[in-house]
Design a protein around this ligand. Sequence first.
Ligand SMILES: Nc1ncnc2c1ncn2[C@@H]1O[C@H](COP(=O)(O)OP(=O)(O)O)[C@@H](O)[C@H]1O
Ligand SMILES: [Mg+2]
Length: 242
Amino acid sequence: MTLIAVASGKGGVGKTWLAVTLSHTLARAGRRVLLFDADLGLANVDIQLGLTPHADLGGVLAGQVTLAEAVLAHEGGFDILPGRSGSGTLAALPPATLEAVLHGLSDLARRYHTVVLDLGAGLEPTVQRLAAFADLLLVVATEEPTSLTDAYAVLKLHEAAGRGASARIVVNQAPTRAAGTRTYLRLARACTAFLGRTPPCVGVIRRDARVGEAIRRQTLLLARHPNSDAAEDVEALAAALG
Ligand SMILES: Nc1ncnc2c1ncn2[C@@H]1O[C@H](COP(=O)(O)OP(=O)(O)O)[C@@H](O)[C@H]1O
Ligand SMILES: [Mg+2]
């Protein structure tokens, strides 16, 4: 089992969309995948997919259901553990509660090849703990300077937590592949200089109008536009993860 967390620092860079699309890609390749909506402040995997979950992480924390009972099967071939949309109240979980959730997740994860954690924006201790818990941390950045500085902050905290070796960089919304590579190099150079480590790039995903269109229609990009640039790029990313 591999646990992959998706982080960025900054919101709106495409973490949730990437977590959903990567889960779908891996499921299509025959893996058993669980997508865990771990954006504890503004969970929205269910919104992007137009789902109305019967249970969610909020219910798990309230002791109403177990983690396993909250899992729902998506027609895309992967399972989802929904977060709690828009509550905003779970972002600062007491550490002991968070550890209990992680313990439950470790048990549940045994049923899967891959667990994808969609993390929230920001650098709160909860986000950091979830990032440190993962086998691989995908740090998503765009070419915007604020995204780059926030992605660097995530990488710096991850390094300080002793988990730097698990970090990978993904550039999203790149105007072209070449521009995306330049964005990666800008971030990688800062890491080399100040952290003494150069996280590898596992993917450049191009900006693609069909991403927004698929989200507006609450459908999966790979179902609707399997040959789009962004779909192709996420498939390449999934292959690069091995
Ligand atoms: N590769 C892309 N091309 C075009 N638009 C994108 C791409 N990735 C993400 N987006 C846009 O970014 C918006 C924010 O995505 P989302 O997954 O909610 O970000 P986050 O989870 O980081 O806050 C989406 O509504 C989508 O329209
Ligand atoms: Mg999100």
